[in-house]
Design a protein around this ligand. Structure first.
Ligand code: ZN
Length: 206
């Protein structure tokens, strides 16, 4: 099966660019090709398709729409906490996001399959009946990953990193984790320190 965190990996292709702005790893078809191939193992039964995938602009648009739906539903999942600031003001409604996600999933439905070798234990796997286009298969796999993630236990551990300039979603790995990674915690502490210094100076001036 696809890794549940494939949807999270997709969401964070919108990221801080290191200079105070927001970068999009999937801004061009070549970026999607690179991303899909780098994550091919996480596509489960679609891994072979992912490993040889070459994106065109239509595929890029389709995957970007799945990503927008995922980010809209992530923004809902982290409530009452704040969403990622990268796109908080321009996300579709939850209803539109659900429709988009479910439509992408339906482009390549999977069928459970049982194999039971003469000399071994039964093995369950999934097949994709028919021969949907690779872009539809991969878009559906991403949508399935989002379905599994959002309906699963990790949804409640999802957070938008509150560090200055960071726009990442992450899954908390322990109860007290506040930041997506240690460098974000360091940056936030430095920012708090400077804010305190400014307040102290303003206080002594007045
Ligand atoms: Zn962060």
């Amino acid at each position: 099966m696809s890794g549940d965190h494939l949807a999270l990996d997709l969401a964070v292709t919108i990221r801080h660019d290191g200079h105070g702005g927001v970068a999009d790893d999937l801004a061009e078809a070549a970026g999607l090709t690179r991303w899909v191939r780098a994550h091919s193992a996480a596509f489960g039964e679609d891994a072979a398709v992912a490993a040889e995938f070459t994106a065109d602009e239509a595929a890029r648009t389709a995957v970007a729409e799945v990503r927008t739906a995922v980010r809209a539903l992530f923004a809902r999942a982290v409530l009452p906490g704040p969403p990622s600031s990268a796109d908080a003001g321009r996300l579709p409604s939850a209803r539109q996001a659900l429709d988009r996600l479910n439509a992408a999933s339906a482009l390549a439905p999977v069928a459970p399959r049982l194999d039971w070798p003469d000399d071994g234990a039964p093995v369950a796997s999934h097949t994709v009946p028919g021969s949907p286009a690779p872009a539809d298969r991969l878009g559906a796999a991403l949508a399935r990953s989002a379905v599994a993630f959002l309906a699963g236990p990790d949804r409640e551990l999802l957070r938008a990193c509150p560090a200055p300039r960071c726009v990442r979603y992450f899954v908390k790995e322990h109860a007290r984790q506040e930041w997506c990674k240690p460098s974000c915690g360091n940056r936030a502490r430095v920012a708090r320190h400077h804010a305190r210094r400014r307040e102290e100076r303003a206080g002594s001036d007045g």
